[in-house]
Design a binder for this molecule. Structure first.
Ligand SMILES: O=C(O)c1ccccc1N[C@@H]1O[C@H](COP(=O)(O)O)[C@@H](O)[C@H]1O
Length: 213
């Protein structure tokens, strides 16, 4: 089966068009103000209007309060809520039940010990997202262009669909997929000229690198 792509941190129409035309399966809209990729619900609604119904709209939140999620959902028809903070499994389940949306939980990996956290999330999520742990002192919990040791996922299988993230670029994504057998790959920094500035050609290159895998 073809490997899917998620392009995260879309914040301008050119990037949205490039992702749609290149065949992304998911696009991510960031609702976390400290991020250079953050969009308001109104900006996100304008971007979402350019997306075909077949494209999954993913809203990225970090330890969100219900009010923020409700405000975004009033304006943007999100398909998936990505939780990229320290949300415990109970909170993930609560958000899923309250919103009726699919939920994806990001799990930071650095060493084999970090895999233990996955078990508690599997029953309450629709997707797992494996990302690198944020470096010490990082301002963001993700979107830091940092890859983890992909061999941690070698030979592993999960009960839920999952995505691979963390420092993926057009140059390294094929190697990452071959090692991990990831069914979907997620990138933000790897298709940017600088934090928050997507490069449409890099988006095309990233999705192009998945062809034939
Ligand atoms: O992209 C962001 O600004 C961001 C902010 C807060 C949490 C997560 C964020 N991005 C997600 O992080 C991973 C890895 O990103 P990168 O490719 O290494 O830049 C990815 O899932 C993004 O959606």
């Amino acid at each position: 089966m073809a490997v899917e792509a998620k392009i995260c941190g879309i914040n301008d129409p050119q990037a949205m068009n490039a992702a749609v035309q290149a065949g992304a399966a998911h696009v991510g809209l960031v609702f976390f103000p400290p991020s250079p990729r953050a969009v308001s619900p109104q900006e996100a609604a304008m971007l979402a209007a350019r997306a075909p119904a077949s494209l999954n709209l993913v809203g990225l939140f970090v330890n969100p309060e219900d009010g923020l999620i409700d405000q975004v959902l009033e304006a943007v028809p999100l398909d998936i809520i990505q939780l990229h903070g320290k949300e415990p499994p109970e909170r993930v389940a609560e958000i899923r039940a309250r919103t009726g949306r699919e939920v994806m939980k990001a799990i930071g990996l650095k060493s084999r010990d970090d895999l233990a956290a996955i078990k508690a999330y599997e029953p309450v999520v629709d997707y797992l997202l494996f990302d690198a742990k944020a470096p010490e002192g990082a301002k963001l919990p993700g979107g830091n262009a940092v890859a983890f040791d992909w061999t941690l996922l070698e030979e592993k299988t999960w009960e839920k669909p999952w995505m691979l993230a963390g420092g993926l670029t057009p140059a390294n994504v094929a190697t990452a997929v071959k090692l991990t057998r990831a069914p979907c790959v997620d990138t933000s920094s790897g298709v940017e000229d600088e934090p928050g500035k997507k490069n449409p050609q890099l988006i095309r290159d990233f999705i192009g690198a998945l062809r034939g895998l």
